[in-house]
Design a protein around this ligand. Structure first.
Ligand SMILES: Nc1ncnc2c1ncn2[C@@H]1O[C@H](COP(=O)(O)OP(=O)(O)OP(=O)(O)O)[C@@H](O)[C@H]1O
Length: 376
């Protein structure tokens, strides 16, 4: 059966989000593909609660259209003042729209109920092994007795379903939350299980923001000690959204030792600093190459660059992970090295990093231990 057109969906949406009511809702995007409809509605975040009912009704109405299998309507914070907001200028001449800053206006950070800590694993650029580090760090934290979840927020290139061997659509819980998948004792959720890869690729900013918010707020994460967010690589809008929406206790920045990766990692560090998120520390990935045949160590990308850069920036160095074929293979096959070889040297390296991260979280994230004063 043929799907309705985007115009038909917009007409239907106008019944629930009537611009004439002056509530400040704008239809920011409608995507229809293979019988699935994704809609992003930009709203004034201060009124988010009032929009929940029309959101749910609009979603049900779209899902009931002939030719539609699934509909998702998400509310996103307006990135610029809507016409209605702009009109809401105070008598004394100023408006409450964002000032010169181009940063999206996002709902204030709410804690995630039943989740003690949320940490971000980030990198300034793609391909440095951030997702592999996030998965193994999460498993190492679980090995230290923590209840851990992994949220794959890499909307444009999700990989946790591959790394953690997840498959199948997630189920809905009784109170209409998404049930996270289980993998090796972790709870896990990734956009990779929810939408076909090519669909997320074409999402515009507001839709990405909406999807990230849903992954954070509409998944039954609780109870958890630590939720590890595998961030999208880089320092763009999606990264800022998560940094501003998620109640982050701190961030781990992954870098390879090369100069260029380090420049990007430095950018990631300054992004977190700008939004006042403590940096838990830096991990140097692919630090030395260990030949799987003879065990010979070579410094292909240099060595210690991330350590030196961390020192220069005054942030902690959490540890290094070598470049090893077993780490790549296990990560690409869906059984991470922490599971396949828990007693090996690589697992030990991840465990040492996890211990440092945990110590920082328990001791107050980002807060350095006071210097020991010894009196002789
Ligand atoms: N320490 C390592 N040794 C060997 N291979 C590794 C190591 N870390 C990651 N890899 C491999 O490098 C590739 C990229 O890793 P990964 O997907 O974790 O990177 P990423 O930074 O998350 O990438 P993207 O930003 O593109 O999602 C994968 O094939 C992974 O298995």
């Amino acid at each position: 059966m043929e799907s309705p057109s985007s115009d038909q969906v917009r007409t239907l949406l106008a019944r629930f989000f009537d611009p004439a009511q002056g509530l400040g809702a704008t239809i920011a995007g409608v995507t229809i593909k293979d019988g699935r409809v994704s809609v992003a509605i930009e709203i004034n975040p201060a009124r988010a609660a009032a929009f929940e009912k029309p959101r749910a009704e609009a979603e049900a109405a779209i899902a009931a259209l002939p030719g539609i299998e699934r509909a998702s309507v998400v509310l996103t914070a307006a990135t610029a003042p809507t016409a209605a907001q702009a009109a809401h200028t105070h008598a004394h001449g100023h408006s409450h729209a964002p000032a010169a800053s181009q940063q999206p206006q996002l709902p204030p950070k709410r804690p995630l109920e039943g989740v003690r800590h949320v940490i971000a694993v980030a990198s300034g650029k793609g391909g440095v092994g951030k997702s592999t580090t996030a998965a193994n760090l999460a498993l190492a934290l679980a090995g230290l007795g923590q209840k851990v979840g992994v949220l794959d927020a890499d909307i444009y290139g999700p990989s946790q379903h591959r790394i953690l061997g997840l498959a199948g659509k997630p189920e809905l819980t009784d109170n209409k939350q998404l049930e996270p998948k289980r993998a090796f004792g972790l709870k896990a959720m990734t956009i990779g299980l929810l939408v076909p890869e090519d669909q997320a690729m074409i999402w515009r900013g507001p839709m990405v923001q909406g999807a990230l918010n849903q992954l954070l707020r509409e998944v039954a994460w609780a109870p958890l000690d630590i939720l590890v967010i595998d961030m999208p690589p880089g320092t763009g809008d999606a990264q800022l959204t998560i940094s501003q929406q998620a109640p982050l206790s701190g961030a781990v920045v992954v870098s390879t030792p090369q100069d260029l990766a380090l420049i990007d990692a430095t950018r990631a560090v300054s992004m977190f600093k700008k939004v006042a998120i403590p940096i838990l520390g830096v991990v140097e990935n692919m630090s030395t190459y260990i030949c799987p045949n003879c065990g010979h160590e070579a410094h292909i990308f240099g060595h210690g660059g991330a350590h030196d850069e961390a020192m220069r920036l005054g942030i902690d160095f959490l540890g290094e992970i070598p470049l090893h074929a077993d780490i790549r293979r296990t990560s690409d096959e869906g059984t991470p090295i922490m599971i396949e070889a828990p007693d090996g040297p690589h697992a030990a390296a991840y465990r040492a990093i996890a211990e440092r991260v945990l110590a920082k979280l328990e001791g107050g994230a980002g807060v350095k231990a006071p210097p020991k004063i010894s009196i002789s």
